[in-house]
Each structure stands twice: as C-alpha cells, then as structure tokens.
Design a protein around this ligand. Structure first.
Ligand SMILES: C[S@@+](CC[C@H](N)C(=O)[O-])C[C@H]1O[C@@H](n2cnc3c(N)ncnc32)[C@H](O)[C@@H]1O
Length: 283
C-alpha cells in the first residue's frame, strides 16, 4: 500500500492541524516549513503540488509541524530568519528579530550617510541583528554590540562569525550597573519596553520562547529607555545620533526626558503608522 502523500495533501493536512491548534497564519507557516525541509522555493511548491514527497522529508515536515502546533516559534524551528536580506541564526538565547526592527534599521541607515565612518554602539544587541545589518556593507564603520545576557552575546558572536565581520565587536554590559569609558557618535537601541501587564497579554510564542529580560522593563516599560537616555546624555559626542525603538504610547514621556539634552527630536512611524521610533541629536 502506498503511504506516501503528495505535496498538496501534506500542505492541506498540516494547515488543518495548525488551524486546530490555534496557530496564527497556519498556511504560511506550513509553506515555510515545507520549503525549508525540501529546499524548494515556496512558489515552486505549487508547481509540483501533485508530486509525492520522500518519506524522509515527510517525517521531518511532520516533526516540524508538531513543534509549531506546540507554539514553538517558526523562526526557532527553521533556526534562521532573514533580516534585511541577511541570514541571522535565531534561537531561544535572544529575541527573535522583528519586522518593525528591520524597518527601524532601514531608518537608521537612511539617517547615517552610506559612507559613515564612526563607531555605532548597539545597546541590548540580542542576536546582533541591528549592528550586523548596519556594519555589513560598510567596513569603514565600527560596530559595538552590548548586552547583559551572555546567552545573547554568544548567539550574536555566532552571527558575526557567520558573516565574517571583523568590524563588529561585542561586550558584556549592564546599563543598570556599568558605565562607558569612551564616547560614541551613534547609539542605537531596541530596548525592552513592555510593562509586565502587556507581556502577560502576548502570544505564547513570545511569552514562552523570547527571553523575558529582552521584553519587559520597569516603570510601565520605560525604565530601560530612561537608563539608555541617561547614558546617551553622558556618552554621545556633540551632534551624535541617538536612535530608539519604543513602545506604543511612550512617546511623550520619552520626549520629556530628552528635550533638555537633545535637538532635532523626531518621531517616526512604523509600517502600520504607529509612532515607534525616536531619533535625536545630542546638544
Ligand atoms: C528587545 S531586545 C532587542 C534585541 C535586538 N537588538 C533586536 O532588536 O532584535 C532587548 C535586549 O536588551 C537586553 N537587555 C535587557 N536588559 C539589559 C540591561 N540591563 N543591560 C544590557 N542589556 C539588557 C536583552 O538581553 C535583549 O537582548
């Protein structure tokens, strides 16, 4: 008896399985998983949808789909995420890079000249995704990624090595206790900015698989941002750029903290038209 399935049968059964488990965007996740296992482009899956799938591949697909049904994030199952055209290794050691942050990084690139030659400090570097993206096409720029999580720094170091970057360095740093011994031309950060109440309302993928230290801050989510602003006041060079990703509704409190020491304070919206990024220059 033939117990092999065609591609379209596997797509349909897996999608139904994920629907039953309440997984958001089930079909899309199924396509990513099948494309990952079979090493075929997503588009090609539908050109070959009547082909029988090799048993070995079908077993691997089933195992990935079961993991996804347990709400393990797709990015952890695939082990990689594409961020601004670059592969980034992705696992439980650090936050999964988000599309908003990809857009934030694009805005930072626009703000800096393409031939920018200074040092960029990325506070709370996580997987290293922001600093890698900023430095990958510009070997004249030096990147420093700092984080208080050793797990995150280990992951960032694997990502830097994967891209053979010699212009990006990492350092363990806790903005609550440590201090800098030098000044920087650019400080960027996507810090934790959720209140604990907001964190409780996130999807299981976020609550159970992203490190809580990467997401939650005291003082209604503003505590870490305020710490970073304090460091930036002391350690940005004159006219230096501060770029922050921020949470919903936090804009006014942050601008209040910044206005004495910064000029050109600019709020930028994300692709859903929400005010999510602040850029400013140090006086
Ligand atoms: C929202 S995640 C951002 C990760 C990465 N930059 C990104 O955009 O995907 C915030 C990062 O800040 C780090 N972090 C949290 N508290 C910190 C602290 N007190 N000092 C330094 N880093 C901290 C976390 O470990 C986490 O990697």
């Amino acid at each position: 008896m033939n117990d092999r399935f065609t591609l379209i049968e596997i797509i349909n059964r897996s999608t139904q399985y994920l629907i039953n488990k309440g997984v958001p965007n089930p079909k899309c996740d199924v396509e990513w998983i099948i494309s990952h296992v079979t090493r075929k482009k997503k588009l090609d899956l539908y050109l070959e949808f009547e082909n029988l799938v090799e048993k070995n591949d079908a077993d691997k697909i089933r195992s990935c789909i079961i993991k996804r049904g347990k709400r393990i994030p797709l990015q952890h199952i695939l082990g990689r995420v594409n961020f601004a055209g670059n592969e980034i290794i992705c696992d439980q050691r650090a936050l999964i890079p988000r599309p908003e942050t990809e857009y934030f990084t694009e805005l930072i690139k626009e703000k800096l000249n393409t031939n920018f030659q200074g040092t960029i400090l990325d506070l709370g570097t996580g997987s290293g995704v922001i600093i890698i993206t900023l430095c990958i096409d510009n070997d004249k720029c030096i990147g420093i990624g700092m984080d208080n999580s050793i797990n995150a720094l280990n992951l960032a170091s694997e990502n830097i090595a994967m891209h053979n970057l010699t212009n990006v360095k990492l350092k363990k740093f806790d903005w609550n206790y440590d201090n800098f011994d030098t000044k920087y031309e650019v400080i960027v950060a996507n810090p934790p900015y959720l209140s604990i109440e907001e964190w409780y309302t996130t999807e299981p993928e976020v609550r159970e698989f992203d490190p809580q230290n990467a997401l939650v801050a005291k003082n209604r989510g503003l505590g870490d941002i305020f710490k970073i602003i304090k460091h930036a006041v002391e350690h940005l060079t004159k006219d230096g750029v501060l770029a922050l990703e921020i949470g919903l509704g936090q804009k006014s409190s942050i601008i209040d903290k910044m206005k004495l020491h910064f000029y050109n304070v600019e709020i930028k919206k994300d692709l859903s038209q929400r005010e999510r990024f602040i850029f400013a220059n140090k006086r």
